[in-house]
Design a protein around this ligand. Structure first.
Ligand code: NDP
Length: 445
């Protein structure tokens, strides 16, 4: 395989899917050498079969708002690859959702899930419906209409959706409820469910906590202590808030949070009391970060992301894709940033990644660092299958173990001759080899 030719062909076939092409390019460039070590892969054109999704469902979702007006959104499910287990990946509800974004997410998910050591294939779904500003009843009617189409294509051993941006416990509950009604069966067909109906303890915390555990493993390789470190976090949703909570617990200083309207800065680090206030504001009242800044009298930068307005030792982007560009990366490095650990999926652009690698800082791509969420989803599937529940301590221990295992795989496949660990190469190679070997063993399907 010549990566350049393959990527040019993909570009020709999918010219309007920049995020998808970006994600594929990152992986294909970093696995070219190892791919070429296995002639069978090339004979079977494995790379093309691995990069193009197995299938995509797209459908119209019509629902009625509180004023009685009929609204229409698009719904999608991208089933990317099930070579190592049932399709598995979250559902995103956000006005920006389109096929390119879901294809990139499903592609990334396939490699991430392979790294978790659990038996899960890769998928992703969603809609351009935004829950923001909608009543609970509107969200419920939308979720039911969405599942009315999707229920045929998912199931505990087929494809198991979960949450993502705009999809939390409320949305998963509504979708699971309608799925159960349509299928007339109670199975582990979703993860991220409420505790009373099959959810796992620690699933809400898992992505944020898991990212911090991954960061600790990286810092340990350079004997750096997290205590007292200034950490810039972006976003203020599920991933960002649990990241912040664990960082505060470990004695680090969380110096920022954000949402799509702006960034709040906490020069001396967020206090535990401030954390509890922002958690309630975001999780219970679905409030905005500028309200938190106002009540706490903290500096707020409308329309800005954290990276250029505050100096930090560590950056943990936890909002969305392409939220750190080349200039942001250069500003972070110039400001003394020693580590970037990604809570979000593909938050760094190609240029930003190149800057981090050039500067030889600790840089963990999302498919490794944020894999804690889907890992605990995998543990939720295991508990559902056995009809048992593990304690929070048990799940947390397993999560720590999985994050260490993912870190070890990255080090094994990403260590360069001078000792530097290229976590991008490590994660991509380890994930690729697992899926590719399974595909090879299963023939051309
Ligand atoms: P939430 O919906 O809970 O929170 C998303 C946060 O990111 C909000 O603060 C939101 O602000 C902000 N945000 C969303 N879109 C944009 C944008 N275009 N520009 C700036 N800010 C934005 O989602 P999650 O916390 O679950 O997800 C965050 C990231 O983590 C995503 O990339 C997701 O794919 C990834 N991830 C999530 C996992 C999970 O378990 N939930 C697992 C692995 C990865 P606003 O409210 O203004 O929209």
């Amino acid at each position: 395989m010549k990566a350049k030719d393959f990527l040019a062909d993909l570009q020709r076939r999918f010219p309007n899917e920049p995020e998808y092409l970006q994600a594929v390019e990152e992986v294909v460039n970093s696995i070219e050498d190892v791919y070429n070590e296995y002639p069978a892969f090339e004979n079977e054109n494995l790379i093309e079969r691995l990069c193009i999704p197995d299938r995509i469902y797209s459908f119209r979702v019509s629902w009625v708002d509180d004023k009685g007006k009929v609204r229409t959104n698009m719904g999608y499910r991208v089933q990317h690859n099930n070579a190592i287990g049932p399709y598995k990946g979250g559902i995103r509800f956000h006005s920006s959702v389109n096929l390119s974004i879901l294809k990139f997410l499903a592609f990334e998910q396939t490699f991430k899930n392979a790294l978790t050591t659990l038996a899960m294939g890769g998928a992703k779904g969603g809609s351009d419906f935004s829950p923001r500003g909608k009543s609970d009843m509107e969200v419920m009617r939308f979720c039911q209409a969405f599942i009315n189409e999707l229920y045929r294509h998912i199931g505990a051993d087929t494809d198991v959706p979960a949450g993502d941006i705009g999809v939390g416990a409320r949305e998963v509950g509504y979708m699971f409820g309608w799925y159960k009604k349509m299928q007339k069966e109670f199975t582990g067909s979703f993860t991220g469910k409420g505790l009373a109906f099959g959810g796992s303890l620690m699933r809400p915390e898992a992505t944020g906590y898991g990212n911090v555990y991954f960061l600790l493993n990286m810092l340990r390789t350079r004997e750096i202590d997290i205590k007292g470190k200034r950490v810039a976090v972006s976003g203020s949703g599920n991933v960002a808030l649990y990241t912040a909570e664990k960082l505060i617990y470990l004695g680090a200083k969380v110096v920022s949070l954000s949402d799509s309207n702006g960034t709040v800065i906490m020069e001396d680090g967020m206090t535990r009391e401030q954390y509890e206030k922002v958690f309630d504001l975001k999780m219970l009242y679905r409030g905005r970060i500028n309200e938190f800044a106002q009540t706490e009298e903290l500096p707020y930068y409308a329309g800005e992301r954290p990276w250029r307005i505050i100096k930090c030792d560590i950056a943990m982007p936890s909002a969305t894709q392409n939220e750190i560009d080349g200039d942001d990366a250069r500003a972070l490095i110039a400001g003394g940033c020693i580590a970037v650990s990604e809570g979000a999926n593909m938050p760094s652009t190609r240029e930003a990644i190149a800057e981090f690698l050039k500067a030889r800082i600790l840089y963990a791509p999302g498919k490794a660092a944020n894999a804690g969420g889907v890992s605990v989803s995998g543990l939720e599937m295991a508990q559902n299958a056995q009809k048992i529940s593990w304690t929070a301590e048990e799940v947390d221990e397993r999560l720590k173990h999985i994050m260490l295992d993912i870190h070890n795989q990255c080090v094994e496949h990403g260590r360069e001759p001078d000792g530097f660990v290229n976590y991008v190469k490590g994660a991509n190679t380890a994930g690729f080899l697992k899926v590719a070997k399974a595909m090879h063993a299963q023939g051309i399907v």
